[in-house]
Design a protein around this ligand. Structure first.
Ligand SMILES: Cc1cc2nc3c(=O)[nH]c(=O)nc-3n(C[C@H](O)[C@H](O)[C@H](O)COP(=O)(O)OP(=O)(O)OC[C@H]3O[C@@H](n4cnc5c(N)ncnc54)[C@H](O)[C@@H]3O)c2cc1C
Length: 385
């Protein structure tokens, strides 16, 4: 067993770290305040190859996929990006883990040749449409429908909470192709954002990750070619759940990034802030908070790398991905909460970043399966269905 990153992964980590500590550090607070995503940030990540990590080289990928390192590369990168900006982090995670990975695994040659090079180069930004107003945790009850009409499907319905929707160039959409079967009646489609009948609805006003837009997406008699179907009809729910295993590794990495930001800022602050004539870092009550943060973040990182390694090696990883996401997201929330505590009154002020980490951390316990869902997945793997 080897706990060291190989040379390629080390170089990638360094590249992502330098980019995040430069460009993202400078822009994150403003993106949060303005509630605006900055597309130039996405372009800059693409120029560094960070949008190509999970894509095969034949379609413009960075070479990690072939070496069974795609998910590990994505995890390492996402921790670095989220260390400085969780809004950028979720954008990249959805683009890579939910869109590109899905198409790489389940798309046909024509679909991959048409779409993946644009995802790798960052010309296109991807989004993933599963959730609906009545179908969140119970995603299998979705009602957005795709009706076959000759060589086309006609989409009608609406999707809720879609990350990146207002500026995405392409969506993967889960829609119902049969009302007779619940989960086996769902199919997956590629839908370009500029198709007639794709309407972007209201943008949510959010607590955190405010630099990432989250919106409703409506399909109004939206006609797409039958060749947009990914895999077979009725396979969409299987594809969605399988993809979420990878997505959860991405969100777990996001959580570790936010938790690390909390630890680093709190450590720095504790060494400088003085009370009772000395740095508050001298007080055991503060030291124990820092120690627990460091320990839990390391444990989360190890859970993530195990899940990513399993997925890279095409082994089942639903339980391990759920464990990683559950532990990492609860750790991020504890770290952010304790960082605010260590900052005292300043932690409650927008002058310091820890209040943003506190707001950003919460979503990691909700999207791509709530903490309750992760516990269900883990318990089922222990007890059987
Ligand atoms: C900022 C943001 C971005 C998002 N991005 C996307 C995206 O890009 N694409 C997309 O498709 N979706 C996205 N989502 C949707 C997200 O995945 C859902 O919000 C999430 O799955 C929970 O669904 P819900 O909000 O309907 O909550 P509900 O399903 O209504 O759950 C409410 C509560 O009930 C609990 N609960 C539900 N069922 C059970 C059960 N069986 N046992 C125990 N507890 C249960 C839940 O854990 C939760 O605590 C996003 C959401 C947010 C907030």
């Amino acid at each position: 067993m080897n706990f060291e990153l190989n040379e390629e992964l080390s170089m990638l980590q360094q590249t992502a770290r330098e980019f995040a500590a430069g460009e993202l550090k400078a822009k994150a607070r403003e993106m949060d305040k303005a509630e605006q995503f900055d597309r130039s940030v996405f372009k800059a990540m693409a120029d560094l190859g960070l949008t190509a990590l999970t894509i095969p080289e034949a379609y413009g990928g960075a070479g990690f996929y072939e070496n069974k390192l795609g998910n590990q590369a994505a995890s390492i990168t996402l921790e670095e990006i989220n260390r400085w900006c969780a809004s950028t982090g979720v954008t990249l995670s959805v683009h890579m883990s939910l869109f590109s990975s899905l198409l790489t695994k389940w798309g046909n040659d024509e679909q991959k040749a048409r779409v993946l090079p644009k995802m790798a180069s960052g010309e296109w930004l991807g989004a993933y449409c599963l959730s609906e107003a009545g179908a969140g945790t119970d995603a299998g009850s979705l009602v957005c429908e795709a009706v076959k009409d000759g060589n086309e499907y006609v989409l009608n319905g609406s999707k809720l909470w879609i990350t990146s929707a207002p500026y995405a160039d392409v969506f993967i959409v889960m829609a119902r192709t049969s009302k007779e079967h619940k989960t086996r009646g769902i199919s997956a489609f590629i839908v370009e954002a500029d198709r007639k009948g794709v309407v972007i609805g209201k943008k949510e006003k959010k607590m955190g990750i405010r630099g990432s837009a989250t919106s409703e997406v409506l399909f109004e008699d939206c006609r797409i070619p039958a060749s947009s179907l990914i895999g077979e009809e009725g396979k969409g729910f299987t594809i969605a759940l399988d993809t979420l295993d990878g997505g959860r590794i991405g969100i777990a990495s996001q959580a570790v990034g936010i938790g690390r930001a909390s630890l680093e800022d709190a450590t720095e602050y504790a060494k400088k802030r003085e009370q009772f004539g000395q740095a508050i870092a001298n007080f055991q009550g503060v030291q124990w908070m820092l120690a627990d943060m460091a320990m839990k973040l390391d444990a989360a990182r190890l859970l993530i790398l195990r899940a990513a390694w399993l997925r890279d090696n095409a082994r089942p990883c639903a339980r391990e991905a759920a464990m990683a996401k559950l532990f990492a997201s609860e750790t991020a929330n504890k770290c952010a909460k304790d960082a605010v505590q260590i900052f005292g009154g300043n932690g409650y002020s927008k002058e310091y970043d820890v209040e943003r980490y506190f707001r950003d951390a919460k979503i990691t316990e909700i999207y791509e399966g709530t903490s309750q869902v992760q516990r269900i997945v883990i318990a089922r793997s222990l007890l059987g269905d």
